[in-house]
Structures are given as structure tokens and as C-alpha cells.
Design a protein around this ligand. Structure first.
Ligand code: FAD
Length: 399
């Protein structure tokens, strides 16, 4: 067992760190206030190969693996703790990785080079107004007509609606294609946002303001069959694989945000004095710092384990799926809660100052909460995956 990153991975992380600290960190507050990630920052991220980090070279990407994508997510989460850029990055990275793996050649060659060069946004649309966790209950449906699918329904809380409309691109969309077959009757396909028959509404979020969230309404939208990811009626399984990539990257971004919070916190408690000593001398504070730092190290190791198992899976190696699913679910369960806990404790160390926007802690808290309440899968769904893998599927409540 090797707990060291390879030379290539260390070099990648160092160069990404330097670039993002120089270009992204200084505009983090601006992103939150102006509700937009500057195009120049996204272009810089594309130029250094970050937006196409896992896209194969032949489609204009950097040809890296999920471990490299996770290292990138840690750096993005640390440079923009509003989490807006992390969401943008992990959506395009995670879902283009699945597209590269399971998409048809026509789709890959037309879409992926645009995603890698930030000429198209790529996201995911599974959640509906009626619920997000219970995918089988979805109402959005598609029927076959010649070599097309005709899509009707509605998706909600979808990230990147405005970004895709402005830049081009769209969402990998889960649709019911056979009502009788439950989870074996869902299909996953790329639906460009500017396709005829799509209406959009933007929702007003409380955090991660630099990326939009909205509703997509589909009325007889024609989806060409070459846009289907993987196989017809196998969409549930393909989406679950994609969620394993995306959830690992969410967890990695939260590891980055936790590191950021601890850096801000340690700097503050060493400087701020009360009753004649720096706060760091008081065990009530320094022990909290020590506990958080240990939890961060453990969570980071779990996330890197999930990423490394996904890389082995991608390479066709024999991977115990139970271990892989558990590592991903444990990462997505733990990392957002740790990030929230760290930000909350660091706020309390700051006293009243933290309740103003003089620090970026309140902004980080609003952004991280999106991953605690649901984005890329609710925490209880991670617990259900762990129960399924550890106790057995017969102990799931809906069996
Ligand atoms: C900022 C933001 C951005 C998002 N972006 C996207 C996106 O781009 N694409 C997309 O498809 N979705 C997106 N989502 C939606 C997200 O994936 C869903 O919030 C998530 O899947 C949960 O679905 P839900 O919100 O409908 O909650 P529900 O599924 O209605 O669940 C509500 C609560 O009940 C709990 N719960 C549900 N079932 C069980 C059970 N069996 N046992 C115990 N507890 C249970 C859940 O943990 C949750 O706390 C986004 C969400 C947010 C907040």
C-alpha cells in the first residue's frame, strides 16, 4: 500500500495550487457578489487542462484520472470557498468523464473538445420537483420515434442552467423510457439546453452564487439516439457510476474547503489575543483545531482511496465493488459535514467578526450547505448505500 502521491500527481497539485491561488482566490468574494465566475478564470482553468482533466487527449483533454481530478477539486475548493467554481469544475469534469467512457463517438467528438476548452458547459439533470432521491419515481419520460427520443417532463434544482444557455452545452438527463421496468426502464442521454422545446427558470439560491440553479421544462424535445449514454434502459446504472465519480469530486472539494477554513482559523488564533494570550494557547480552541485537523486527514485519505478505487475500476482491474461504493458514500457523507463543522468552529473562534462579510466564512458556510442538504445525493442516501453494502439490501427500508 502506497500512501504517497506519485511525482506526477504532486507536480500536478502544486502547479494547480499556484495557478488557482493566483487567479481564482483573489476573485472568490467577487464571484459570490456578482453571481458569476469570471470567464477569464474559467479560460485559464481550461488552458491549464483543468476543465478537461479526465477527458482523453484525442478529445482535447489532459487524459488524467479521477485521482488527478480529485486533487484539482481540493485546490478549487480551497481557492474559492463559495464553492461555485468547485461545482462548475466537478460537474464538467465528473460528467464528461462518464461521457468519455460510455458516450457514442459522434457525441464525444462534438461535445468533449468544447467542454475541455470551456466552450460548452456539461451538467446533470436527474432531480424533479417531486423528489430527487427516489429516481425510479421520476415523471420525466421519453418515447422512441424513429432514431430519436421525444422527451417530456420537468427537472428542478439543476446546476448550470444560465451557464449552459450562455456558453452552450447541456445536461446528461435521466428519463423514464419504460414505465413497467422501474429502475431498469430509465435512459440517460445528453440534452443540449438550446434544443427546441426546452423552457428554463432560474431559482434564487442562498449560496454558491457564482453558478445558477434552475428548472428545465421539456415539451416534445427531440433527443437524437447518438446522445444516449451507454445503453437504452440502462440509464439508472450509468447514472450511478457517474454519481460515484461526481460524489468523490464533491467530497474532494469539501476537503479543500476544510483546509482553507483551518488555514484561516490557525492564522487567526495565533494572532488574536484575549486575557493576555493568543487564542491558540487556550485548549478549548487549540484542541478543537487538533481534532478538526485529524478529521481532515482521515477524510482526505478516504477521498483519495475512493478516487484510487475508481481509477483501478476504470483501468479494468478487479475492484471489490462493495469497497468502492462504501468509500464513495463515506466520502460524500463525511466531507461536506466536516467542512461545515470546520467553518462553523472557525467562525466561533473569530467571534463577532465572522458574522460580518469582513471574512469569507459566512460565504463558505452558505456554499458548503448545498452539499449537506443534497447536491449530488442527500446524506441519508449515502447512509442507505452504506447500509446496503454492510448489512445487505434486505435491510433497505423500501425493500
Ligand atoms: C444547490 C443545489 C444544486 C443541485 N444541483 C443539481 C443538479 O445539477 N442536478 C440534479 O439532478 N440535482 C441537483 N440538485 C438536487 C439534489 O441532487 C437533490 O437535492 C438530492 O438528490 C435530494 O433530492 P431532494 O432535494 O428532492 O430531496 P428528497 O429526495 O425529497 O429527500 C428529502 C430528505 O429526505 C431524506 N430521505 C429521502 N429518502 C430517504 C430514505 N429512504 N431514508 C431516510 N431519509 C431519506 C433525504 O436525505 C433528504 O434529507 C441540487 C441540489 C442543490 C441543493
Amino acid at each position: 500500500m502506497d500512501f504517497q502521491l506519485s511525482d506526477e500527481e504532486q507536480l500536478f497539485q502544486k502547479s494547480v495550487h499556484e495557478i488557482l491561488q493566483a487567479k481564482l482566490a483573489p476573485v472568490s468574494r467577487q464571484i459570490d457578489e456578482k453571481h458569476e465566475i469570471p470567464r477569464s478564470v474559467l479560460e485559464e482553468m481550461a488552458n491549464v487542462g483543468l476543465l478537461g482533466v479526465t477527458i482523453p487527449d484525442k478529445y482535447g483533454g489532459a487524459g488524467g484520472n479521477i485521482t488527478m481530478a480529485a486533487l484539482g477539486a481540493m485546490e478549487v475548493g480551497a481557492a474559492d470557498p463559495s464553492m461555485a467554481t468547485a461545482v462548475y469544475y466537478l460537474l464538467v469534469t465528473g460528467w464528461s468523464h462518464l461521457t468519455a467512457k460510455l458516450g457514442k463517438e459522434e457525441l464525444k467528438s462534438s461535445l468533449l473538445p468544447k467542454v475541455a476548452s470551456n466552450k460548452a458547459f456539461l451538467g446533470i439533470a436527474t432531480t424533479e420537483p417531486g423528489g430527487g432521491s427516489d429516481l425510479v419515481a421520476m415523471a420525466t419520460n421519453a418515447r422512441k420515434q424513429g432514431n430519436k427520443l421525444i422527451l417530456n417532463g420537468e427537472k428542478s434544482y439543476i446546476s448550470g442552467v444560465t451557464e449552459a444557455k450562455k456558453l452552450g452545452g447541456g445536461h446528461l438527463t435521466l428519463m423514464k423510457t419504460d414505465r413497467e421496468l422501474k429502475h431498469k426502464g430509465l435512459t440517460f442521454a445528453y440534452v443540449p439546453i438550446n434544443a427546441k422545446g426546452i423552457g428554463t427558470t432560474v431559482l434564487h439560491n442562498m449560496g454558491r452564487m457564482g453558478i445558477s440553479t434552475g428548472i428545465l421544462q421539456y415539451t416534445d424535445v427531440e433527443v437524437p439516439e447518438e446522445n444516449i449514454i451507454g445503453d437504452y434502459n440502462r440509464g439508472f446504472f450509468h447514472a450511478m457510476l457517474g454519481f460515484n465519480y461526481a460524489r468523490t469530486l464533491v467530497a474532494a472539494a469539501c476537503v479543500g474547503a476544510t483546509q482553507w477554513a483551518l488555514d484561516v482559523g490557525s492564522e487567526f488564533i495565533k494572532k488574536r489575543t484575549a486575557f493576555g494570550s493568543p487564542l491558540a494557547k487556550y485548549e478549548g480552541i487549540s484542541f478543537e483545531y487538533a481534532d478538526l485537523a485529524v478529521q481532515l486527514e482521515m477524510t482526505k485519505n478516504m477521498v483519495l482511496k475512493a478516487a484510487s478505487l475508481l481509477d483501478a475500476f476504470d483501468q479494468g482491474k478487479s475492484v471489490p465493488m462493495k469497497e468502492l461504493n462504501m468509500a464513495v458514500a463515506a466520502s460524500k457523507l463525511t466531507a461536506p459535514q466536516l467542512a461545515l463543522d470546520a467553518v462553523k468552529k472557525v467562525m466561533i473562534w473569530h467571534g463577532a467578526l465572522s458574522y460580518t462579510n469582513e471574512t469569507m466564512l459566512e460565504m463558505a458556510m452558505r456554499g458548503i450547505l448545498s452539499y449537506v442538504v443534497g447536491a449530488e445525493g442527500a446524506l441519508n442516501i449515502m447512509r442507505l448505500i452504506l447500509v446496503r453494502e454492510m448489512l445487505g439490501p434486505e435491510y433497505l427500508p423500501y425493500r
